[in-house]
Design a protein around this ligand. Sequence first.
Ligand code: UDP
Length: 335
Amino acid sequence: MFLVTGAAGYIGSNLALKLLESGEDIVIFDNLSTGHQKIVDKLKTLNLKGKVVDFIKGDLRNLNDIEAVFSKYKIEAVFHFAAFSIVSESAKNPHKYWENNFTGTKNLLDAMKKFGTDKIIFSSTAATYGEPLYTPIDEQHPQKPINSYGNTKLALEFLMDDYSKAYNIKSVRLRYFNVIGADKFQRTGEWHDIETHLVPNILKSINDKNKVFEIYGNTYNTKDGTCVRDYIVIDDLINAHIKALKYLQNGGKTDYFNLGTKEGNTVLEILKTAENITGQKINYTIKEKREGDPAILIADNKKAKEILNWQPEKTLEEGILTAYKWEIANFKKGL
Ligand code: UDP
């Protein structure tokens, strides 16, 4: 039995789907602060090989909530996605991020320690590197976050190292670059009430003709002046989590890996690709640069390839197409 925290959200629900499809039973823990009951309901009603044994609406900030899960179920490993992740919000309200992301995760680790669960796969982030000193960014690149979101995630990486050494709780920390795409059958996808991400914002401006897509700056030192990011498709990202689990099950040591494609695309290139895939013209306007956006972020993914035996297989086009289908399905239902 696996515990998936944050399975009512974008990445957690895609991972939950994958586990259910491969016949694993899961327990979901989520406080629904940014995730959605409808996604949990969907996961519960799908007729897949594995089952959602329980959905616990709980909060990691309450140690009792999470201890109750471990006292009720024997959990082999935890996939931990529950976190706040809006960079700009973290700069304005660090308390919220330290309390939820840091204290919440510390409670989770303490509950694991108390009840003898010794494996965790954790969503870390490229934001732990801060302003890149070189590109592509490998795992040895200095970690100097430039916002509270990155700070909380980096602090958790340290915490996990300490808990690994002292209490033998093994962790794999996956440092995500830019995740795009949705489930190919539109069972789940990216759904944030406040949407800050590039691909959903582009697609929303197609579906809603009153929305004009805003590009944050076109004077960066890149080929067309807009920011370059490494866009990894959700299926590939999820596969890396499954490989990380296998790695720990086979006795792998605590470690951390970049998850990206080693390819970079500018905002304008993503926009053009979305136009080609959807056959729609996208209205856009150039706005001010967004604070804290580095010009270029590209992952060196050699370590994950070598140690996890993983590699990205999906194309950018596949990612944008599934995101588009999900956006249409959701938009029509008025979700
Ligand atoms: N971006 C943009 N308009 C938007 C959202 C994002 O121009 O509405 C740009 C943003 O400045 C960055 C890239 O798209 O260069 C990816 O941003 P996103 O928020 O998706 O991910 P991040 O890189 O911040 O994790």
